[in-house]
Design a protein around this ligand. Structure first.
Ligand SMILES: Nc1nc2c(ncn2[C@@H]2O[C@H](COP(=O)(O)OP(=O)(O)OP(=O)(O)O)[C@@H](O)[C@H]2O)c(=O)[nH]1
Ligand SMILES: [Mg+2]
Length: 225
């Protein structure tokens, strides 16, 4: 429980003008998590913009458009096949001119090969650093809680190209307890900041070390007197 504790500034981005970059391999729940985060922050009274920087498939842009509609936030998108870094460039310009509090960028989980994907993430990072240096940066890698050891390997690979500040561990609504998060925290020092517990907009929770550890060991939470 102590090891999984988040410390004080884990959600600093909520009170800053910030850019959230959401990365991870295909199918882990990136786009869904972008939608959920946008919904939460909008509900908190923030001005939120989402950027459709997964331009690899038309369906990805449509999917994020639908999430933006549900969350009632603006979306910046271009056509399928366009340069993801150009989408981010546009989105940063929009965030500045519309004075958005939070810009959340969805990214592709798969390109023609892994090297392309990693190069693209570097390029997106350079654009944000250059065009929006005043923004607070948060880079969250999304990992599927049902994939075990594989998730650790993925986190390591993304660490090589991005300054990862946290993890969103998804699909913990099934039987998976996400025990791999403990290994990731101890080996890589990256904290889990959110857990995904379903497919709907409200199914994203801030990480709670006590609940997480109790669930791992099947400890029933007792009502505090
Ligand atoms: N049960 C459950 N399903 C989830 C959760 N998060 C995402 N999913 C589902 O996982 C599937 C993939 O989610 P996406 O958000 O499209 O994943 P992605 O990482 O954007 O995928 P690509 O864009 O293909 O790389 C969808 O069917 C989601 O509804 C979760 O916390 N729990
Ligand atoms: Mg996606």
């Amino acid at each position: 429980m102590e090891q999984m504790d988040l410390g004080e500034n884990a959600y600093e981005f909520e009170s800053r003008r910030s850019v959230l970059l959401i990365i991870g391999v295909n199918g882990v729940g990136k786009t869904t998590s972008v939608g959920k985060l946008a919904g939460q922050m909008k509900d908190d009274g923030k001005k939120v913009i989402v950027a459709a920087a997964d331009t690899f498939r038309a369906a990805a842009i449509e999917q994020l458009t639908e999430w933006a509609r549900r969350a009632n936030v603006d979306i910046i998108a271009q056509q399928e096949g366009s340069d993801p870094a150009a989408v981010v460039y546009d989105a940063v310009a929009a965030a500045k001119s519309r004075q958005a509090d939070i810009l959340i960028c969805d990214t592709a989980g798969r390109l023609h090969n892994k090297k392309n994907l990693m190069e693209e993430l570097k390029k997106i990072n350079r654009i944000i650093d250059k065009e929006y240096p005043e923004a607070y940066r948060e880079t969250l890698v999304v990992l599927d809680g049902t994939t075990g050891q594989n998730a650790l390997v993925q986190a390591k690979q993304f660490m090589e190209v991005a300054d990862i500040t946290g993890i969103i561990l998804t699909k913990l609504d099934g039987t998976a307890k996400g025990g791999i998060a403990v290994a990731i925290q101890s080996e890589l020092g990256i904290p889990v900041k959110y857990i995904g517990v379903g497919e709907k907009i409200d199914d994203l929770q801030k990480f709670n070390a006590k609940e997480f550890v109790n669930a791992l060991f099947h400890v029933e939470e007792k009502e505090e007197a």
